[in-house]
Each structure stands twice: as C-alpha cells, then as structure tokens.
Design a protein around this ligand. Structure first.
Ligand code: HEM
Length: 162
C-alpha cells in the first residue's frame, strides 16, 4: 500500500495539481465539503423517509430529487477526494480512518445498488402502494445507509486527527 501511495504522491497528476498554486488544496477541500453536503443532505432526507418519517409525503416525491442530488454529490466528493489524496498520499499510510473510509464507501455504494433492485424500491419510486413487508425492508436499507454514510463522514473527519 505504501508503494501505491508513494507512487500516487509522485504522479503526474500530483505534480500538475501542486503546480496550480497554493489555493489548489483549499479549493479541492471546498469541493469535497460541497459534495459531502449534497450527498449527505439528500441521503439524510431520503433515508429518514424510508425509515418512516413524514409518511404523509409519498416516497416517490423525495426519491425523484434526492437520488440525482446524492449521485452528483458523491461524484464531486470522490473526484475532489482523489485529487486531495495525491497531495500527501504517503502520510495516510497506517492511518486506520483512511483505510476504514474506503470499505465503508464501497459498502454504501453496494447498499445503493441492492436497494434499487428491490421490488419494494421500484414500487416506492413509481408511487405504487406499499405492503408492510415493503416498508420494513426499505426501513432496514435506509437505516443501514445512514449508518454507513455517517461512518464515512466520521472517518473522513478523523483522518486528520490521527
Ligand atoms: C473516493 C472517494 C474519496 C476520497 C479519495 C476521499 C479523500 C479524502 C481526503 C484525502 C481527505 C483529507 C483528509 C485529511 O488529510 O485530513 C478527506 C476528508 C474528508 N472526507 Fe473524503 N474522500 C472521499 C469521499 C468522501 C465521501 C463520499 C465522504 C462523505 C460522505 C467524505 C467525507 C470526508 C470528510 C467529512 C472529510 C473531512 C473534511 C474536512 O474536515 O475538511 N469523503 N477525504
């Protein structure tokens, strides 16, 4: 892993980004925060709805705006995050929060991929009536999603304190 991180730190991308000037890292960090805010803001609303909050609002009305906002936020966070890593990549070697953050991101993405294949999700997204088993399964996936993305944020924030 150290070899990979050292390679990343010495890569052409890292050199290019460092050469852009002293504001580059700060601006990338700003992009990271905006991506996280969009991702987690959308995920929080949607997951709380799946868990059972605001049951008078049809789930489809939250799914329609929240899914694309979360996807765009994730993309921004991932792109800015990857560029941020190149600045001090080798310093992250041995940091448990750095190593835990990525499996949690993968688990969060798997949770998204699985939930979108569920009949219960399809019914909710199309505004069809849900049976109680649908509501239960969506609540479980919503709760798991909230835990995973909260874990990603906690690890991201803790990286710098290790
Ligand atoms: C491929 C994806 C990602 C990469 C490579 C990445 C990488 C990074 C890096 C290098 C830092 C700076 C750590 C430091 O030196 O202190 C960071 C900070 C952070 N990341 Fe990510 N990240 C990614 C995705 C995400 C996602 C999806 C979230 C949230 C859902 C997230 C949440 C955070 C948080 C909260 C911080 C602390 C920001 C701050 O306090 O300024 N990251 N990330």
């Amino acid at each position: 892993m150290l070899e990979f991180l050292s390679w990343l730190e010495g890569s052409a991308l890292a050199g290019f980004l460092r050469g852009l000037g002293i504001w580059t890292y700060g601006l990338l960090n700003l992009g990271h925060i905006l991506g996280i805010a969009s991702l987690f803001g959308a995920v929080l609303l949607l997951d709380l709805r799946l868990i059972g909050s605001w049951s008078s609002i049809p789930a489809t009305q939250l799914i329609r705006p929240c899914v694309p906002v979360a996807a765009a936020g994730f993309l921004l966070a991932a792109l800015s995050g990857l560029m941020m890593v190149t600045f001090n990549a080798s310093e992250y070697h041995g940091n448990p929060f750095f190593y835990l953050k990525f499996p949690l991101i993968v688990a969060g993405l798997i949770n998204v991929a699985v939930i979108q294949r569920l009949t219960a999700w399809r019914r909710a997204a199309q505004g069809q009536p849900l049976v109680s088993a649908d509501r239960r399964v969506l609540a479980v996936f919503g709760a798991v999603s909230l835990l995973l993305w909260t874990g990603v944020i906690a690890c991201g924030r803790m990286i710098g304190y290790w």
